[in-house]
Design a protein around this ligand. Structure first.
Ligand code: SF4
Length: 353
């Protein structure tokens, strides 16, 4: 089991649930919009939120943003260790640095000592795109060995400063490289720090989601990963939905509705696609775990989706609600959406009691 690390009110590692995180993409110079986005992410279920701190204005702005949020706020720092110090002063709950580009050993020590005094963790955020020159010369390419070695070196640098409140990440835009880096890292039993897992620059929602599902998913299935970020070139709220779905697909979260829908085939007699989409988009506020089947035909649908809390299928202009493989109700097409809402409300009540 990985070591426990506390980021504000959220604990990762030590057997705690895998935490979902995301990052704002609006600068502090547009503070109003930034705060609005941060609140939207919090509302969507983001559990740890990161913001870029490229200048002193951003470092000072952290204080105001932190006061507006319930969730922990992480400052992302590159190149200038003074911004890390200023972010710690502003109350950041964690800082993310790439010790390889923060200015040198003395500067890393200074940041580590300040974080120690504030009682906050540091994420060693190694990225295949910004590896140390010495490693690139040795390995010629930012491969998994080079990335894992950078993570080891930089973790040791923090330990040398007497600091051990560490989270580690090793990102690459290549899924295979990223997965191999983490697998190499966890082989070394001397380092049991919790791991932040993600595929960097994963891309637009379609390919990015697939890359993240394969990369993050492979690691989580092996029990590797304590907090995840699904990076997408999109509104970051989409990252939260994707991360939740990923954890649900792996069976690490049970919150909310899971729609089980058939792929449809020549037997299809119901509008499976629009009903499945309707349920997924209109009941996102439901927290009670439940599985709802939307099946394309009455012949096989109820039997195939026997394990769900309830299911819906259609034939000849009407819909049928089924439970445990048996039809329990016939509903005219005009009423099916209202009836689905009633069934969901009933389940929420029953599972709550
Ligand atoms: S439930 Fe019916 S429509 Fe859907 S895939 Fe199975 S047989 Fe085809």
């Amino acid at each position: 089991m990985r070591k426990k690390v506390k980021i504000g009110s959220v604990t990762i590692g030590g057997g705690y649930p895998v935490a979902i995180q995301s990052m704002c993409n609006i600068p502090f110079s547009r503070y109003g919009e930034l705060e609005e986005q941060a609140l939207a992410l919090q509302e969507a279920g983001c559990e740890i939120l990161r913001v870029s701190v490229p200048d002193q204005e951003s470092a000072s702005g952290l204080k105001k943003l932190k006061n507006a949020l319930r969730i922990p706020l992480v400052a992302d720092i590159h190149f200038d260790y003074r911004l890390a110090l200023a972010s710690i002063d502003s109350g950041a709950d964690k800082i993310r640095i790439n010790p390889g580009n923060i200015g040198g050993r003395e500067q890393v020590y200074e940041v580590a000592h300040a974080a120690q005094r504030a009682g906050i963790p540091i994420r060693v955020g190694v990225n295949g795109g910004s590896l140390e020159k010495s490693l690139l010369e040795r390995y010629r390419t930012p491969n998994a060995r080079a990335i894992a070695e950078s993570a080891f070196m930089n973790t040791v640098m923090l330990e040398d400063a007497g600091f051990s409140n560490i989270v580690v990440s090793m990102k690459s835009s290549e899924v295979k490289t990223m997965v191999e880096s983490y697998r190499l890292f966890v082989r070394n039993k001397d380092f049991s720090y919790p791991l932040h897992v993600g595929v960097t620059e994963a891309g637009t929602p379609s390919l990015g989601l697939l890359k993240s599902a394969v990369g993050i998913g492979s690691l989580l299935l092996d029990g590797i990963g304590d907090t995840i970020r699904v990076s997408l070139t999109a509104d970051p709220v989409a990252e939260i939905r994707a991360a939740k779905d990923l954890l649900k697909a792996i069976g690490l979260r049970r919150e909310g509705i899971e729609v089980v829908s058939c792929p449809t085939c020549g037997r299809t007699t119901a509008d499976t696609l629009s009903l499945a989409e309707y349920i997924e988009t209109n009941f996102q506020q439901v927290k009670t775990p439940m599985r709802i089947a939307v099946m394309g035909c009455v012949v096989n649908g109820p039997g195939e989706a026997r394990g769900c809390d309830f299911g819906v299928t259609g034939a000849k202009g009407e819909y049928m609600i089924f439970k445990e493989g048996k039809i329990t109700k016939k509903v005219p097409e005009s009423e099916i959406r209202a009836v689905i809402g009633e069934e969901i409300a009933l389940l929420e009540k029953r599972k709550f009691l």
